[in-house]
Design a protein around this ligand. Sequence first.
Ligand code: GLU
Length: 443
Amino acid sequence: MSYTSEVLAKTIEKNPGEQEFHQAIREVLPTLQPVFDANPAYQRSGLLERLVEPERQIIFRVPWVDDKGQVQVNRGFRVQFNSALGPYKGGLRFHPSVKLGTIKFLGFEQIFKNSLTGQPIGGGKGGSDFDPKGKSDREVMAFCQSFMTELFRHIGADTDVPAGDIGVGGREIGFLYGQYKRLTGLYEGVLTGKDLTYGGSLTRTEATGYGLVYLVSNMLEAKGQDLNGKKVVISGSGNVAIYAAEKAAKLGAKVLTMSDSNGWIFDGDGIDLAAVKEIKEVRRGRIREYLNVRPKAEYHEEGLVWSVPCDVALPCATQNELRADGARLLVQNKCVAVGEGANMPTDIEGTEILQQNGVLFAPGKAANAGGVAVSALEMSQNSMRLSWTFDEVDEKLKGIMKNIYTQSSAAAERYGAKDNLVLGANVAGFLKVAAAMTLQGIV
Ligand code: GLU
C-alpha cells in the first residue's frame, strides 16, 4: 500500500462520521503520492500524518436568547488546522448543516488554498450550526456576541484571523468585531471582511467572485479562448455568485442562471444583477422574487441549473452541488470549462466525469482563493494602518490569481498530469507547506 493510501485509510478510521472531511482528504491525498515518491524524507518525518491532524480543535457552547425570550443553544467550532505559513486564516460558516466534519473539510482545503495565494497565512476554519435565515438583526447580534464571548480567547491579529463564509457577511462580521473589541480592548485586524468604516479593504466583497472569473479566464486563455460571448451558468446567489456574475458579464459573457436553497432562475436575456443584488443584499429575500422584476424569466424548484446548455459553469453555492448527473449534462451540452466558486461543490465522481471528457476544470482551492487572498491584503493594510485603492487591490488580486494558475498548471505538468489542475493545485499548495513544516522541525 502506498504511503498516501495508508495515511488516508488510518485517518478515515480515526475520524468516524466526518464524511465531508473524508471526501476532502480522499480527493487530495492520492494526488500527493508523486511528491512523496520524489521526497522520501517527507514520509520519514511523518509529514502527512501531521498534516491531516489539526493543530487544535475548539468546540464550544453558544447560548443566546431569541426574540420570544427563549434560550437557544448552538455549537461553535474553530479548527486551527495548520500554522506553518502564518496565522490561521479562514472563514466562519453559520449554517444548520455545520458539524465538526464540515469545518475540518473546509479547514483542510484552506491550508492548500492559502498556500497557493502566496500570502503568509496558515489554514483554519470555524462556524456554527446556527441558522441566520429568518432571524431578526437582534437575534443575529445576540448569537454573534455569545459566539465571540468564547472565541475571542483563541484568536488574534497575529494568531488566528477569521472571516466570513456561508451565512456570515458584513452584518455578522460587524457584530463579532464589536464584541471582540469590547472583550479585549484591542482595535486590531482580528477579522477580515470588515466594513470600510472600521478597517475593511476595498475589493474584499468582490474578491472571491472576481478572482474566480480571473482564474477561469487564465485557464481559457491558455487554450486560446476567452469569456467574451460565452454562456455562463452560475449556481448560488450569495457573495461569490453575485460578483462572479458581475465580472463575467463585464468580460462579455451572458449569465443565464442563479439559485438559492429553494430554487433557481433562468433568464435568457442575461441575469439582471441589480435586481438580484436588491433581493439578496438589501432585502435578504428569495431568488424567486426575481420574477417580480423580470416576468419573462423562469423560476424552477425542480431540476438542476446544470441542465441549461452553457459554455462555462460556475458552481458558487455549496459542497456537493455538482454530482455525476450534473456533470454528465454539462458534458452532453459541450460545456468547455468549470470553475469552482464554492468549496468542494463538485463531488469526486462529478470531477472525474468532467476531466475524462476534456472539460477544463478549476478546483475551488485555486479558483476561489481570491477571497482569502484579499483577506490577507486586508491584514497587511491593517498592520500598516493604511488603505489601498480599489484598483490597487484589484490589480494585486489579478496578479495573485494569475500566479495561482501558473503555479498549478506548472505543477501538473511537472508531475506528468498536464492540464489536471486538481493535481496541480494540490501539489503546488502542498509543496510550500511541506517545505515550511520541514524547516520548522517536528511540531
Ligand atoms: N470563506 C472564504 C474561503 O473559503 C474566505 C476566508 C477568508 O477570507 O479568510 O476561502
